[in-house]
Design a protein around this ligand. Structure first.
Ligand SMILES: *Cc1c(COP(=O)(O)O)cnc(C)c1O
Ligand code: SF4
Length: 353
């Protein structure tokens, strides 16, 4: 399949959503207005998981008229990527790593996406010349050890294009780690063919970070797709976004992280929602996120615990949000909330670190 070709039988517009029973016929005009602004796509694999458009999978993908309302704090570029792009396709915020976005096409379009103003089906495939300029930029910077392929979704590339990118990056001596962020294994497992998995082969340390937000996304087909990636000696990590109505309970997070671990996927990050336009209905306050994670501590295997992170608005980087267990007065809380005095040599000097 050529780069970025969507899978057949995608639901991509209001009429298709009505025919599939996911929106009411009288919502047609309102949804058409949303779809004119933000891309819509629901794969057969995700459609099969939606029994209620307002349920945990439906909410992630079925457009809603509320998306046309931008709250005062919401921003087109919530994490400041645009200002950090030295050449087209590259985002550079940290000294040792950079993002490379070879295309802006995704298998599905998540209604809460932080790059929603940029991603879409006609989008953003870097030309050979643009890719060459990005490679030159990387080659000239020996301090960069890791390239994170993101987008869009790099697994929407053809196996040929993806292996050409991976081979070119693999030939850059100072790169140690290649990382791919993708939703394809859950959103469109049929796309993850053996040929696509084989295109990940490299002598560099290749990692894949899978985006999934609800346990039901880890279907047998998704697990088989993940397995193909792992068979290339590629460890798979999980990243999720904390989302109202999707995974905003201890039970939902526990089920999600347990489903990941059962697929040998280590939960890496749980993201606080970035304030992209029209996403307010997904917002969960940080205090609530911290309580949810604290509720899992001590009850579920430590392997299940991701780092809860905030990408600071304006491009200032990601930071962990806790919960934390050290208290400024020289005590530490245990997983059940009981305080214990620390030995004096362990007591924190300030509450700030
Ligand atoms: C999120 C991000 C990374 C990766 O951060 P990690 O904490 O290493 O996962 C790198 N660069 C940019 C610009 C990012 O937004
Ligand atoms: S797959 Fe990722 S980049 Fe694409 S719409 Fe979803 S959150 Fe955004």
């Amino acid at each position: 399949m050529p780069d970025g070709t969507p899978s057949p039988s995608l639901l991509r517009d209001a009429d298709a959503l009505i025919a599939a029973g996911l929106i009411a016929p009288d919502a047609r005009d309102a949804i058409a207005a949303v779809e004119a602004r933000y891309a819509v796509a629901i794969t057969p694999a995700m459609r099969a998981l939606i029994d209620d458009p307002a349920g945990p999978v439906g909410r992630q993908f079925v457009p809603d008229p509320a998306e046309l309302v931008t709250a005062p704090h919401e921003m087109a570029d919530p994490i400041g990527d645009d200002a950090l792009s030295p050449v087209k396709g590259i985002v550079h915020r940290y000294p040792d790593r950079a993002l490379l976005k070879p295309l802006l096409v995704c298998p599905v379009y998540c209604r809460f996406c932080f790059r929603r103003e940029h991603v879409g089906p006609d989008g953003g495939l870097l030309t050979e010349a643009e890719l060459a300029a990005a490679y030159d930029w990387i080659r000239a910077r020996p301090q960069i050890r890791e390239i994170i392929l993101t987008g869009g979704d790099p697994l929407m590339l053809s196996p040929r294009r993806l292996s050409s990118i991976i081979n070119t990056l693999s030939a850059i001596p100072h790169l140690e780690i290649l990382r791919i962020h993708s939703r394809v294994p859950v959103a469109d497992p049929a796309r993850l063919t053996p040929a696509l998995a084989e295109s990940l082969a490299t002598d560099k340390a290749m990692w894949l970070v899978l985006h999934a937000n609800h346990a039901s996304e880890l279907t047998p087909a998704a697990r088989a797709a993940i397995r193909l990636v792992q068979a290339q000696a590629v460890p798979v990590l999980g990243q999720s976004v904390l989302l109202r109505g999707v995974n905003d309970s201890e039970a939902a997070l526990e089920a999600l992280f347990r489903a990941m671990l059962a697929a040998r996927v280590k939960p890496y990050y749980l993201h606080q929602l970035d304030p992209a336009p029209g996403t307010a209905r997904f917002h969960v306050p940080i205090a609530e996120g911290r309580r949810l994670l604290a509720g899992l501590r001590g009850r579920v295997t430590g392997l299940a615990w991701p780092t809860y992170v905030l990408d600071i608005a304006g491009g200032h980087g990601k930071v962990p949000l806790g919960p934390d267990y050290l208290e400024p007065d020289g005590h530490v809380r245990d997983p059940w909330g009981v305080r214990h005095r620390l030995a004096p040599n362990l007591a924190p000097e300030t509450a700030s670190v």
